[in-house]
Design a protein around this ligand. Structure first.
Ligand code: PHE
Length: 412
């Protein structure tokens, strides 16, 4: 018996063998935390938007995009792992939940937009822990222009930004200037052009980081802010970079970026333009700036969370007493093709936001039968209330029933 088509926000999507977006995931569509007044993600969005006053600020593009938008238009090869059903959520073979805000670059370039900031929810199948959630928010920034006057303006801005950075308390480490063999400039660009664009990208993001993180340091603290640039690879940019910020002794990766490949601009019908793009993860940054210890808190409806923040300032989250956690172990023989992300998905779908973590705690292969046994520890905790043991047992039973049914595993 065929399943009914998927309904999302009043629209209907035919199902096929690709459909793997679950009701729990689809229920997040339209929540728009980045637009919720006084929500940390919205406060952060406004801060960054203020850093780019001339850019178009776009905040309401639908998360349902075509596979072409999300992957093909950006030059992802057909066998790229990001396309797999274990990594991404599909409505059907043609339509999916965007995995990144870059999915909109080509359509916006096509529409003639040259400078934009686009904030939106993105969806990825992933492990479950305090800093991973299958829905999160990204901000895409792009700046393309024409040769001549356009590039001259970038050069002038480079000069201004460099002066600001020179007089600021910031140390920028950038070994990527020497890695041209593995991270090449494009043959369509002269060395001079590539340098102006890369420098503009780096200066722009270094000043943004200074603005966001510079104020974090405590009064009288002479320690400079530390930023480092790392070589990266993205199918639609070259050279490509990642940016990390030193925070409490750890390097925190906050964004990916690069010089947009001419290929992507040709596909956008603007072959004469050139420029850069970046994509930053809002939760990552907000967790640090607002001292939020668990990514699920952003989804909390508890006023003890929501009432703590307001648009005028960035204030650290004051933890209120957390409700107790409860864990249950689950051991089973895996079936052929078992994938941890599929398991996490089932858990997430059954337990919703009540699951805090799923951790592999034991595993072995039976020497005779070659079967693999795994044991997972499932951590349950609500952000908003106390869970009773009965309730957790009931959820756990339902998890077991569903993994047996859907994944063909055998509970031990
Ligand atoms: N979309 C990339 C990601 O999600 C980030 C990125 C954006 C990289 C724009 C390059 C240019 O990791």
């Amino acid at each position: 018996q065929p399943s009914p088509p998927l309904q999302v926000q009043g629209k209907t999507y035919a199902r096929d063998t690709y459909s793997n977006a679950t009701p729990t995931i689809l229920s997040k569509v339209g929540k728009n935390l980045h637009l919720k007044p006084n929500h940390p993600l919205s406060i952060l969005r406004s801060r960054i938007e203020a850093h780019f006053p001339q850019f178009q600020h776009l905040n309401s593009l639908s998360p349902i995009v075509t596979v072409k938008q999300n992957f093909d238009d950006l030059g992802f090869p057909p066998d790229h792992p990001g396309r797999s059903l274990t990594d991404s959520y599909y409505l059907n073979k043609q339509e999916m939940l965007r995995t990144h805000t870059s999915a909109h670059e080509v359509e916006l370039f096509k529409a003639g937009v040259e400078q934009f900031l686009l904030t939106a929810d993105v969806y990825r199948r992933d492990e479950i822990d305090r800093s991973h959630y299958p829905v999160f928010h990204q901000m895409e920034g792009a700046n393309v222009t024409t040769r001549g006057e356009g590039l001259a303006r970038l050069e002038k801005e480079n000069e201004e930004m460099r002066q600001r950075l020179d007089s600021a308390n910031i140390i920028i480490t950038d070994p990527t200037r020497e890695t041209t063999a593995t991270n090449p400039i494009q043959e369509e660009h002269s060395e001079e052009e590539a340098r102006i664009i890369s420098d503009h990208l780096k200066n722009t993001l270094n000043t943004l980081v200074l603005r966001l993180f510079g104020g974090l340091r405590k009064e009288g603290d002479q320690e400079p802010l530390q930023v480092r640039w790392i070589e990266a690879t993205f199918p639609w940019t070259s050279p490509s970079y990642e940016v990390e910020v030193l925070y409490e002794g750890k390097w925190l990766e906050i964004l990916g970026c690069g010089v947009v490949k001419q290929d992507a601009l040709n596909r956008s019908d603007v072959p004469q333009k050139l420029g850069w793009a970046f994509g930053l993860g809002l939760e990552r940054i907000a967790m640090v700036l607002f001292s939020v210890p668990d990514i699920r808190l952003f989804w909390s409806e508890d006023t003890r969370f929501l009432s703590q923040f307001n648009e005028d300032s960035i204030t650290p989250f004051k933890p209120y007493s957390r409700h107790p956690e409860c864990y249950k172990d689950l051991a089973f023989w895996t079936a052929e093709g078992f994938h941890e992300n599929d398991f996490c998905e089932v858990v997430r779908d059954v337990a919703g936001d009540l699951v805090e973590g799923v951790q592999l705690i034991d595993e072995f292969v039976h020497p005779k039968t070659n079967r693999r046994s795994v044991c997972y520890r499932l951590n349950y905790r609500s952000m908003d209330r106390s869970l009773s043991n009965d309730e957790v047992n009931e959820i756990q039973a339902k998890v077991i029933e569903t993994v047996v049914e859907q994944m063909g595993v055998e509970v031990r």
